[in-house]
Write a protein that binds this ligand. Structure first.
Ligand code: FES
Length: 215
């Protein structure tokens, strides 16, 4: 039995084969010259050990934690496809509720897309939020059709009842207030949506009653 070490991967094993000159490394299949361990020069052994350490380090994939791990899972689900950036951000927004700066940086790093491109997308679409949102999201339609039917008064009423401006969240984290340019049902104007529920033909007096349903 001879103790052998592989110069390629650094693997050590007890060789019990029959061939005299060369053995196959059981780890990487590299051909290793048969040489009793005693005859290996100490410097060489040290070098091999070092290289083994380096190889082991390189082989182990870095374990991602926290935001990096969340982002990595979503990116893997989309096959690391750069053209799926919007879908990736949408999923992160849905899972996390908003897109913190660290998350956008991580997306840029892992997808190898410039950070300013990621920010461009995240700030262009209303679906994304770069700040934490409340438990319930109110969207007031400020499109022409809703505006001529009193959307501005509805927005004013919501702002005064909730004591916040648009694009803000109440201090108790219950509501966030936003505006949209068309909710897609102009005939029902004025329209607001809360968590995706539509409230059409809305009257100012009804707003508080509707808000009371969302705790
Ligand atoms: S303008 Fe308000 S729903 Fe279209």
């Amino acid at each position: 039995m001879v103790k052998l070490s592989c110069h390629h991967c650094g693997h050590y094993w007890d060789y019990q084969g029959k061939t005299k000159y060369y053995a196959t490394c059981p780890n990487c299949r590299y051909k290793v010259r048969i040489q009793p361990e005693e005859s290996i020069k100490p410097e060489l052994k040290r070098r091999d050990l070092d290289s083994r350490k380096i190889l082991t380090k390189e082989k182990k994939p870095k374990k991602l934690i926290g935001i990096a791990a969340i982002v990595s899972r979503v990116i893997e689900k989309h096959q690391q496809n750069k053209s799926m950036l919007i879908q990736i951000l949408l999923q992160l927004q849905n899972d996390f509720g908003w897109l913190p700066r660290e998350m956008l940086t991580e997306v840029s790093k892992q997808l190898e897309i410039p950070l300013n491109r990621v920010y461009q997308i995240a700030t262009f679409y209303k679906a994304f939020s770069l700040a934490p949102r409340g438990r319930h999201l109110i969207r007031v339609c400020m499109g022409t059709s809703c505006k001529v039917r009193g959307a501005t008064t509805i927005l004013d009423k919501l702002q005064s009842t909730l004591e916040i401006e648009k694009d803000q969240t109440t201090p108790d984290g219950r509501f966030s207030l936003e505006t949209v340019n068309c909710a897609g049902c102009c005939a029902l104007g004025p329209v607001i949506t809360i968590d995706g529920d539509y409230h059409g033909n809305l009257k100012v007096v009804d707003t508080e009653k509707i808000l009371a349903k969302y705790k």
